[in-house]
Design a protein around this ligand. Structure first.
Ligand code: CO
Length: 160
């Protein structure tokens, strides 16, 4: 495993639409391993492939109950509305309030190419949606109804 640099806002990579993963192979698993290591090192609760410069549709979420890896994810159901603050490893020092569903059902492939499905409520629903948006070049600041600068010493905010 290796730490990767996190791509920061302003880099056009973050604005591209990612392509599907066509084959879940050792190369993809290696990228996922690097993403995991990079996410944990940064104390994030989620990371998407474009944030490490890989324009493929995959992300990881770990809100404290173990990592969920999703390749070619699809949101198949969503409901409810929450309005809560988010932050992003790619947008350091900024937090913003974003409207998200309170419930999301998402499916995709795991690192072995097997179909998996997850449900997320509240914080996890928000995390799924935030990471999913990265795959379409969307950042939370695009959707935020308000933003504020954040004390970089605090690490209790979303993604950071
Ligand atoms: Co993010």
């Amino acid at each position: 495993m290796a730490l990767r640099n996190i791509v920061k806002e302003g880099d056009p990579i973050l604005r591209k639409k990612c392509r599907e993963v066509t084959e879940v192979n050792d190369h993809i698993r290696m990228i996922l391993d690097d993403m995991l290591e990079t996410m944990y090192e940064s104390e994030g609760v989620g990371i998407a492939a474009p944030q490490v410069g890989i324009l493929r549709r995959m992300f990881i979420v770990d809100i404290g109950d173990g990592p969920i890896e999703l390749i070619n994810p699809e949101i198949v159901e969503q409901s409810g509305l929450q309005e809560d603050e988010e932050a992003c490893l790619s947008v350091p020092g900024v937090a913003g309030v974003v409207k998200r569903p309170t419930y999301v059902k998402i499916k995709g492939l795991n690192r072995f190419g097997e179909e998996v499905e997850y449900e997320g409520r509240d914080f996890k629903a928000k995390a799924f949606c935030h990471e999913y948006d990265h795959l379409d070049g969307i950042l939370f600041i695009d959707k935020a109804t308000s933003t504020r600068t954040m004390d970089m010493d605090l690490d209790d905010d979303f993604e950071k």
